[in-house]
Write a new protein. Structure first.
Length: 276
């Protein structure tokens, strides 16, 4: 009996691999991981059930993180599939699931697919020149962390590009509802490239005011990517200041801060220059 983690790719259900589709169809139960990407929420349930020949069960954050034992229990007696947008190892949650399965002696099969980690190459910056990937979180009035900025600077000073994954708030509860035990959730929110760029500008300005200096400034070139792998994918190259007011349309977005660029990379970015 096997736990199968199957990547769906970035666009729609048609991006699943032939092997992934055949594997899922042969499983007794199929779960769809529902919180690391907007794609999960845009998939038509009727179409999904028809594609796999059985009901696809929605597995939200609570199911995957807190009720994983249920999935693992089922995998001890039957083949179980967990569908993941992008690639199964694009989120640490799935690595944890694999580790727990192995500790219980459950066989694990992984069917890989495209993820933003390799699809970001569409902007023209070479994948082997990227440094550590960072996550930019949404700020609140009372919580404005800057730790991700240090990682961007570290990459930048070594001439490496930085892929910034932007925050997603799905099935989040207000403090009030959490305290009352109400299962009411806030509307989904997705950070945009302009919001992320504005935060980076604010951090750079604060550090300059404190006398610390910052190699990242308003004139630093950046690349905004929206809906990578979708039919309406958009890529825009401009300064950090200009990105802070740019509208790249609906989510999902990610932001890239280039490091030292080869002339070929510069030529590629020029094709995505954001017009006035």
């Amino acid at each position: 009996m096997v736990l199968h983690l199957i990547g769906l790719g970035l666009g729609d259900i048609k991006d699943i691999t032939v092997r992934g589709l055949e594997t899922a169809r042969a499983c007794e139960k199929i779960y769809l991981e529902m919180y690391t990407s907007i794609l999960s929420y845009g998939l038509d349930r009727t179409e999904l059930n028809a594609a796999f020949g059985k009901e696809v069960i929605e597995a939200d954050r609570e199911m995957v993180e807190q009720l994983a034992d249920q999935v693992l229990d089922e995998a001890t007696t039957a083949d179980i599939a967990v569908l993941v947008v992008g690639d199964p190892f694009g989120a640490t949650t799935h690595a944890d699931l694999v580790l727990r399965a192995k500790h219980r002696g459950i066989a694990v099969d992984v069917v890989h697919n495209a993820s933003i980690m390799n699809a970001v190459g569409c902007c023209g910056l070479q994948l082997y020149s990227y440094g550590e990937t960072v996550s930019i979180v949404m700020w609140t009035d009372g919580w404005q962390p800057e730790s991700y900025f240090d990682k961007i600077v570290s990459n930048f000073e070594r001439g490496l590009h930085t892929l910034c994954l932007l925050d997603i708030k799905v099935k989040e509860q207000s403090v009030e509802n959490m305290m009352k035990g109400n299962k009411k959730f806030e509307p989904p929110r997705y950070q945009s490239c302009s919001e992320a760029a504005s935060q980076l500008l604010t951090i750079a300005e604060r550090r300059i005011e404190r006398g610390e200096g910052s190699p990242i400034s308003a004139e630093t070139p950046v690349v905004g990517l929206a809906r990578v792998g979708w039919r309406d994918q958009k890529i825009a190259s401009c300064s950090l200041a200009k990105m802070s007011t740019a509208d790249l349309g609906p989510p999902l977005h990610c932001l890239v801060i280039p490091g030292k660029m080869h002339p070929l990379e510069e030529d590629m970015l020029a094709t995505f220059a954001l017009s006035d």
